[in-house]
Design a protein around this ligand. Structure first.
Ligand SMILES: C[S@@+](CC[C@H](N)C(=O)[O-])C[C@H]1O[C@@H](n2cnc3c(N)ncnc32)[C@H](O)[C@@H]1O
Length: 186
């Protein structure tokens, strides 16, 4: 059985083997990702890329949640979701007025039921979004792309991810983007 692969908000970066979707320009399919339902059937997609797009979507939380509900609905079990966003303390995030939402690996973990149950057991107060929305999306890996400021700060050093994360809580521009892989669980 062959399933669809979607490149959502493709802009000028169309991907071979994917259905390239955007609200503007000349994609394979023009669609506003903030309009629901999306035009794909339940369980019809096995890979979704959404690269530098999510930070433009879902100014109101309900719309943001609907995007994840649609991603979940159209995906098959074990479908891969690849999300790239700018880091919220990088100038690239601030410099675009259409960036209306911060997306972090920690915020995406809230869509995992396993994580929600772990937090519930420990009596943590974070929002169990997987349980609220009845979706289950697991973060399986995060790659952190350092910004130029990091290489200026440590010109002769290998990238030390824990140091980078620690320093990025204090200084701007050290991390340029988060590249995250997630898996749909049905
Ligand atoms: C920063 S660009 C990224 C383009 C491409 N993914 C890349 O990595 O080069 C953001 C893209 O999201 C698209 N976009 C923004 N809001 C959208 C919406 N509501 N529905 C569909 N596409 C949208 C824009 O048209 C634009 O092409």
């Amino acid at each position: 059985m062959s399933y669809l692969k979607l490149n959502l908000g493709c802009g000028n970066n169309k991907c071979d083997g994917f259905l390239n979707v955007d609200k503007f320009g000349e994609p394979d399919i023009k669609w506003d990702l903030e309009k629901f339902p999306w035009p794909w059937e339940d369980n019809s997609v096995d890979e979704i890329r959404i690269i530098h797009v999510l930070e433009h979507l879902g100014k109101d939380t309900e719309t943001y949640f609907n995007i994840f509900k649609e991603i979940y609905r159209i995906s098959v079990d074990k479908a891969l979701l690849y999300i790239v966003v700018p880091h919220f303390r990088h100038d690239f995030f601030f410099n675009d007025p259409t960036h209306i939402r911060v997306v972090t690996p920690e915020s995406l973990r809230l869509f995992s039921k396993t994580f929600n149950y772990e937090c519930e057991k420990k009596r943590f107060s974070n929002s169990p979004l997987g349980l609220y929305l009845n979706i289950d999306i697991e973060l399986i890996g995060t790659n952190i792309k350092p910004g130029e400021a990091w290489f200026k700060m440590y010109p002769n050093k290998e990238v030390n991810v824990s140091l980078l994360l620690e320093k990025s809580k204090i200084y701007n521009n050290l991390i340029e983007e988060f590249q995250m892989k997630l898996k749909i669980k049905k």
